[in-house]
Design a protein around this ligand. Structure first.
Ligand SMILES: Nc1ncnc2c1ncn2[C@@H]1O[C@H](COP(=O)(O)OP(=O)(O)O[C@H]2O[C@H](CO)[C@@H](O)[C@H](O)[C@H]2O)[C@@H](O)[C@H]1O
Length: 482
């Protein structure tokens, strides 16, 4: 099949969260299965400067993109990291040559709507220039939301076929790409799409809504989240729109990239290990504790957490339970950047209890692997979680996850009390008290070394590799094509 993915992030070139891991792994897995895969990304500074990209990069074509009543120039540069996989970067310095993809750390860039209208239009234009008649054009999240509409309108205008089918995947419905309706003219789409049956959302325009309404099929990243986003509790205001697509909506759990997240081969760790020999895990634990200024021989319980520091990830529940971490014979190690207020509170907690709590507010790929490998428990008490990757990494790294009963967490972690024979983690309610109970259950489990070891072994035996997810996407594409 000829498959085009359109996304704003892709590991290893640019990553702010799980979207990057998924796009990177899925595109590669499909290419390895013999499909002809093209991935479109914005030409961010991070990508252009990436050491694996710069030597391969070719500037291929100038682009002239209509944005309302003016034309903007840009260019497309491409590289081929491996057979069957081509990456096309839609470049325009003014839009994408910036320090970070979406904002300056304090606020989102004010021209994000122009940037991603330009990006989607650039994709369509390159597909036209290269005559890519794709079997499937698969867009991810709000940044690609306008693509189905723009594709179909370009096909009409130019009288050609660009895509047989379009798919839109929701990785997180909380981010919707809202922009002022007065900027809609920049899309050059017919006015009929401005209304309530189009992109209009409470007086603004919503790129996510455009993707949801106009893609042939909609997917999300777990069956549970597919159900949840049809409710007002989790739909973030778009539940009504999702309901209208219920028949075309499917939830498929992400995989994890076993070439990168595998304790037996992980080059980022000081020692590797497997279920049959956990000596390397002990070495990682010591290295993790030492890296945070703790005694490497500490024998209590080590809790780790790696996430974007936002309410979604339940950081507030951890902060609300700070008395637990201060009182008990435990260590807490948190890695995550994000919301300024949460960062400040976490910083304060670590500063007040330097012997017990460590916090690093930055993106650090190496440390994220060490936290996964060296902790006894991984905390992921999300308020909502479309799929989640770290709870899967944790299980295969022999680190017992403590997670809330939501979204993909519910689909991928089995509770040790509800199912003692198959349990791989601790599931809790998404409240301060629920998380507090989970922490106590973790302590009790860790106190019973043979019970803990059994849970660890069951987690490590689980297979979350991309083979299953890739097969699911292939079957889904095949069904789409009839
Ligand atoms: N400070 C830091 N340093 C290094 N690495 C860090 C880091 N902070 C986070 N990460 C990494 O970023 C990734 C986070 O992935 P998730 O899927 O858990 O969450 P995210 O909410 O970003 O993704 C959204 O999209 C994905 C993909 O579909 C869904 O799984 C998820 O539920 C949805 O919210 C992991 O690889 C993690 O290790």
């Amino acid at each position: 099949m000829k498959i085009v993915h359109v996304a704003s992030e892709m590991f290893p070139y640019v990553k702010t969260g799980g979207l990057a891991d998924v796009v990177g792994a899925l595109a590669q897995a499909l290419a390895q299965k013999g499909h002809e895969v093209t991935v479109f990304l914005p030409g961010y500074r991070a990508v252009l400067d990436h050491p694996e990209v710069a030597p391969l990069l070719q500037r291929t074509r100038r682009l002239r993109i209509q944005m309302g009543d003016m034309f903007m120039t840009g260019d497309v540069r491409e590289f081929t990291p491996e057979p069957n996989l081509k990456i096309c970067l839609i470049c325009r310095e003014e839009f994408f040559d910036r320090r970070a993809p979406y904002g300056n750390g304090e606020r989102d860039y004010e021209d994000n709507h122009h940037r991603f209208i330009f990006f989607c239009k650039g994709v369509v234009e390159v597909m036209r220039l290269y005559e890519i008649d794709a079997d499937v054009v698969h867009g991810h999240d709000w940044q690609a939301g306008l693509l189905p509409l723009l594709l179909r309108s370009a096909e009409q205008r130019h009288g050609l076929n660009l895509a047989m089918h379009t798919v839109h995947t929701i990785h997180n419905i909380a981010f919707q790409g809202l922009f002022p309706m007065r900027s809609f003219y920049r899309t050059n789409l017919p006015k009929e799409f401005m209304g309530i049956d189009g992109v209009e959302y409470y007086g603004q325009a919503s790129m996510m809504k455009a993707g949801l309404l106009f893609a042939d099929r909609v997917t999300t990243v777990s069956p549970q989240y597919a159900k949840e986003i049809q409710t007002s509790e989790y739909g973030c205001g778009l539940d009504g729109v999702v309901q209208t697509r219920a028949e075309d909506l499917v939830g498929m759990v992400n995989g994890i990239d076993s070439a990168i997240w595998n304790p037996a081969t992980d080059a980022r760790l000081p020692a590797t290990y497997s279920a049959s020999d956990l000596a390397g895990k002990t070495a990682c634990r010591k290295a993790l504790l030492a890296s945070q200024g703790f005694d490497p021989e500490f024998s209590g319980t080590v809790f780790g957490m790696v996430c974007r520091l936002t309410e979604q990830k339940g950081v507030q529940f951890v902060l609300a339970n700070q008395a637990f971490f201060v009182r008990e014979e435990v260590r807490l190690i948190v890695l995550g950047a994000g919301d300024a207020a949460l960062e400040e509170q976490m910083q304060l907690l670590a500063a007040e209890h330097p012997g017990k709590v460590a916090y690093k507010g930055a993106l650090d790929e190496n440390l994220s692997h060490l936290v996964e490998a060296g902790s006894d428990f991984f905390l992921m008490p999300s308020l909502f979680e479309p799929c989640g990757l770290n709870q899967m990494y944790s299980q295969v790294y022999g680190t017992v996850p403590v997670v809330t009963r939501v979204g993909g967490l519910l689909d991928t972690v089995t509770d040790i009390d509800s199912d003692p024979a198959a349990g791989t983690g601790i599931l809790v309610e998404a409240t301060d008290e629920g998380v507090g109970k989970g922490l106590q259950r973790a302590l009790a489990l860790h106190g019973d070394r043979s019970a803990y070891a059994a849970v660890q072994q069951r987690g490590m035996a689980r297979d979350f590799g991309w083979a299953t997810a890739t097969a699911a996407y292939e079957a889904f594409y095949a069904e789409l094509m009839g």
